[in-house]
Design a protein around this ligand. Structure first.
Ligand code: ADP
Length: 258
């Protein structure tokens, strides 16, 4: 009887280690897949703005002397826009890498969402006149405890997506209101939208909806935003349909102690 028990134990242990090995192999495979997607994204997305900058700079260098001032300015603006795109790419990629490394510093302090959203909306309006952005702040919006820099990144990302995925001339609405135990911020646009069967995946790393084909992007921003909001003890949700796409961020008055 003792032999049988021993054999039984040995079998159990063998099964356990097989399962652990299978788990490790699966995780390794997932990691390889993530790395493959990452390299594909970086090589595609980073090359485009660099090629644009290179092309415009060469044109001005070679033919600048014979160009009218308007044409030179057009090329300079092309360069500036491509630099902004490259910078956004680098920042999003670095943020994702820092999250992976557990190297994001959360520095809590009072966050005046009203002021932050006002600044973000003004900034975006000065960058481009393509969209009309309406900001509505409801009475009683509380000052919350959070990390100013990280929340700025979250809302900047949502606003930049709203502009990127909707046509010039389209309206964007940003609203903030008090909630039972915190604040709710919503960013809505009337652009390409996200098909219902893809909505569950938009917060996954590298996922890009079928409606975003031809529009540059990394598929990293919303994943980063979700993690940053989670660090605040909040959550982010999406509703898209009937021509309107809304991202909703709920933030508690203060992040739970970690
Ligand atoms: P990306 O750099 O591709 O914009 P994000 O992580 O910010 O990456 O978004 C992931 C995907 O979600 C996008 O590729 C796009 O398909 C979809 N998406 C995000 N915001 C919007 C929006 N406002 N309207 C339509 N689709 C959106």
């Amino acid at each position: 009887a003792r032999d049988v028990t021993l054999r039984h134990e040995a079998e159990l242990r063998l099964m356990e280690s097989t399962r652990a090995l299978e788990d490790a192999l699966r995780r390794q495979k997932e990691l390889n897949e993530t790395q493959r997607k990452f390299v594909a994204m970086v090589s595609h997305e980073f090359r485009t703005p660099l090629a644009i900058i290179d092309g415009a700079a060469q044109l001005v260098l070679r033919h600048g002397a014979r160009m009218g001032p308007g044409t030179v300015r057009d090329h300079q603006e092309t360069i500036r826009a491509a630099v902004a795109r490259a910078r956004h790419l680098i920042e999003t990629t670095l943020a994702a890498a820092s999250l992976d490394a557990g190297a994001i510093r959360f520095t809590p302090g009072p966050v005046d969402l009203h002021r932050m959203l006002e600044e973000l909306v003004a900034q975006r309006a000065s960058l481009s006149k393509d969209h009309r952005i309406a900001l509505r702040i409801e009475d009683g919006l509380p000052v919350i405890q959070g990390d100013q820099r990280l929340l700025h990144q979250v809302f900047n990302n949502l606003l930049s997506n709203a502009a990127k995925y909707s046509p010039a001339g389209g309206g964007i609405e940003v609203t903030a209101r008090p909630d039972r135990n915190g604040a709710v911020v919503e960013v809505s646009d009337h652009g390409v939208g996200i098909p219902e069967d893809e909505q569950g995946k938009v917060f996954e790393r590298f996922f890009r909806a079928s409606t975003s084909a031809g529009i540059p992007g990394t598929g990293l921003g919303l994943n980063v935003a979700k993690e940053l909001v989670a660090m605040h003890g909040g959550d982010i949700a999406l509703a898209s349909g009937g021509g309107t796409t809304t991202f909703q961020v709920r933030l508690p008055l203060a992040a739970p102690r970690r």
